[in-house]
Design a protein around this ligand. Structure first.
Ligand SMILES: CC(C)(COP(=O)(O)OP(=O)(O)OC[C@H]1O[C@@H](n2cnc3c(N)ncnc32)[C@H](O)[C@@H]1OP(=O)(O)O)[C@@H](O)C(=O)NCCC(=O)NCCS
Length: 217
């Protein structure tokens, strides 16, 4: 039995706790022992019957627990992962049993993949990536560390994402080509419902169909 501490106190943290429990289909693989919250006002509370504690307290009470980040924002996730790493935590990688993927999918440490998602072939996911419910990821896609796909995102083939990219609910990324992949730069944000038809520079937020920079609307 692996003890898991979910870092985060918001809605996605509760969803990740459910995801972890949902992995116990054929055997009791995991038990969520606590939520880790940096807000002292939350310590001592319970969320869905799971205690909320600070990072130090989690380490004292559950020294064998591994951490998984339950934070949707890439930047905040990087922050909490760095805190947990500095406290010498190990990280758990959690994949829902109802995720379909080929054996040609590399998955980094701390990555979370939620129910209903399908990943095809020759895909590389970095560390602490989050793929929310019902996403599809096509061939030859690269996702950098801390990148987030919100629910129902569809990424076509030959798309390369940098680090901390955030893709909002229901967005569609059309395909690049083998020679010219569609590139989404570090820290770019794709608005919910957007259709991305060309590369997006680092740090830029795009929205709409076809997606255009928010600043140019
Ligand atoms: C794109 C996004 C990041 C912009 O956030 P923001 O910078 O706070 O922008 P604002 O809410 O101030 O909106 C600015 C303008 O963009 C428009 N806009 C915001 N999001 C948009 C979207 N996804 N598509 C089209 N237009 C959008 C707003 O209507 C507003 O237009 P106006 O100036 O004509 O009133 C955000 O709206 C978004 O889509 N986030 C993804 C949310 C999501 O998927 N969550 C999943 C949780 S699991």
């Amino acid at each position: 039995m692996n003890e898991i501490a979910v870092y985060g106190g918001g809605g996605f943290a509760r969803e990740v706790a459910w995801l972890v429990e949902s992995c116990n289909v054929e055997a009791e693989l995991y038990r969520v022992v606590c939520f880790v919250d940096d807000n002292p006002a939350a310590h001592g509370l319970t969320l869905n019957e799971i205690p909320v504690v600070g990072l130090d307290d989690a380490q004292a009470r559950f020294p064998y627990a591994k951490i998984v980040a339950g934070v949707g924002s890439p930047k905040t996730r990087e922050l909490v992962v760095n805190k947990a790493a500095a406290a010498r935590y190990e990280f758990a990688t959690i994949i829902h049993p109802r995720v379909e993927r080929s054996r040609w999918v590399e998955i980094g440490v701390g990555t979370v993949i939620c129910a209903g998602s399908i990943l095809t072939t020759n895909i590389v996911l970095g560390h602490h990536v989050q793929i929310n419910l019902d996403c599809t990821v096509g061939h030859d896609v690269v996702m950098g560390d801390y990148t987030t796909l919100a629910p129902g995102v569809h990424v076509s083939g030959w798309v390369h994402m940098g680090k901390r990219v955030y893709i909002g609910t229901g967005a569609v990324i059309i395909n690049g080509t083998q020679n010219v992949p569609l590139v989404i730069g570090d820290d770019a944000v794709i608005g919910a419902g957007a259709c991305v038809t060309k590369s997006v520079p680092a740090g830029v937020t795009v929205v709409g169909v076809p997606a255009k920079p928010l600043s140019q609307r």
